[in-house]
Design a protein around this ligand. Structure first.
Ligand code: UDP
Length: 328
């Protein structure tokens, strides 16, 4: 019995692999290394380099490794890129997910964990957003993920596949033991960019928008430690395995920090000054989006351990220093 992790060499997928191995599960990783890195794959996992669109390969892996759950992370995830290249996003995120679900059904895999996103909501107002809020994604990225949620719901209804779609808010930080972190070269994530900037990998960075209707004028997000996000996946997997049905749930802490607050914490946690300029708003960014994760807590018993922005920054910094030592 094993769990197939697609995109297991990527930022979140690699932490999922660690989380599964830490609790004694057998893990098969399928990743095409388009943005992931082989050094992020934990050595006890069985790694296969390949594409989730290669349905014959996926079918063989499911059979050979007696896969009973798929955790599907392989995806394209840059909002701005999705606006420029929508068909890439509908291919990589929607069409490939469709094919993966079909192969899973044929192989009688009972459980499916899907990486969804807060981007399915679009503009959310200033209250923590609940799962039943209107779904009006602002980008092809958000729509490509929402379409996959719809497919899972329809397939579950028709064929009985049990699935969890977790809507991630702003994932940040790194494994507290320093075994993985965000390694992507072209990351657009605030904490990652700030870490690269304090370490001189970037000459400087910008705050995208200082005229939002927020207390300090910068945008507010719900930053969640990647290890807590993975704990949510474990709780969701247990929920599916216990036969409790499907789960569509937000994963965040229910409190927001502004861009300026995040950058202040980065300076404090690293002890290094940040070269920051004020710039215009980034297209498609909502002013504020914060999760109401009450449903996830109540349904699965998930309890986060790292709801602490300085800890998130410290762990991200330790990983960024490790990458520097590897000349990355
Ligand atoms: N942001 C910023 N400068 C950067 C990168 C991000 O001001 O160099 C802001 C961005 O506009 C947003 C917040 O930081 O308000 C979080 O952005 P990120 O890309 O990390 O996540 P998103 O909310 O887009 O998923």
């Amino acid at each position: 019995m094993s769990v197939l992790v697609t995109g297991g060499a990527g930022y979140i997928g690699s932490h999922m692999v660690l989380g599964l191995l830490d609790r004694g599960e057998e893990v098969v990783v399928l990743d095409n290394l388009s943005t992931g890195f082989d050094f992020c794959i934990a050595s006890q996992a069985h790694f296969v380099q390949g594409d989730i669109g290669d349905t014959a390969l996926v079918a063989r892996l499911l059979k050979e490794h007696k896969v009973t759950a798929i955790a599907h992370f392989a995806a394209s995830l840059l909002v701005a890129e999705s606006v420029r290249e929508p068909l890439t996003y509908y291919a990589n995120n929607t069409a490939r997910t469709r094919d993966l679900i079909e192969v899973a059904l044929r192989a009688d895999v009972p459980h499916f964990l899907f990486s969804s996103t807060a981007a399915v909501y679009g503009m959310a107002g200033d209250k923590p957003v609940q799962e039943n809020a209107p779904l009006n994604p602002l980008s092809p990225y958000g729509r490509s993920k929402l379409m996959s949620e719809h497919m899972l719901a329809d397939v579950s209804e028709a064929h009985g596949l049990a699935y969890a779609a977790l809507r991630y808010f702003n994932v940040a930080g790194a494994d507290p033991q320093g075994r993985s972190g965000e390694s992507t070269f072209n990351s657009t994530h605030l904490v990652k960019i700030a870490m690269e900037t304090v370490l001189g990998k970037r000459p400087g960075m910008q705050i995208f928008g200082t005229d939002y209707p927020t207390p300090d004028g910068t945008a507010i997000r719900d930053y969640i430690h990647v290890t807590d996000l993975i704990a949510a996946h474990m709780a969701a997997l247990d929920y599916l395995r216990a036969g409790k049905g499907n789960l569509t749930a937000n994963v965040g802490y229910g409190r927001g920090f502004s861009v300026r607050q995040v950058l202040d914490v980065v300076e404090q946690a690293t002890g290094l000054p940040l070269n920051v300029a004020e710039g215009p708003r980034r297209a498609g960014d909502p002013a504020s989006i914060v999760a109401d994760s009450g449903y996830l807590r109540q349904a699965t018993g998930w309890e986060p351990q790292y709801d602490d922005l300085p800890a998130i920054a410290e762990h991200a910094f330790a990983w960024e220093q490790y990458l520097s030592r590897r000349n990355r």
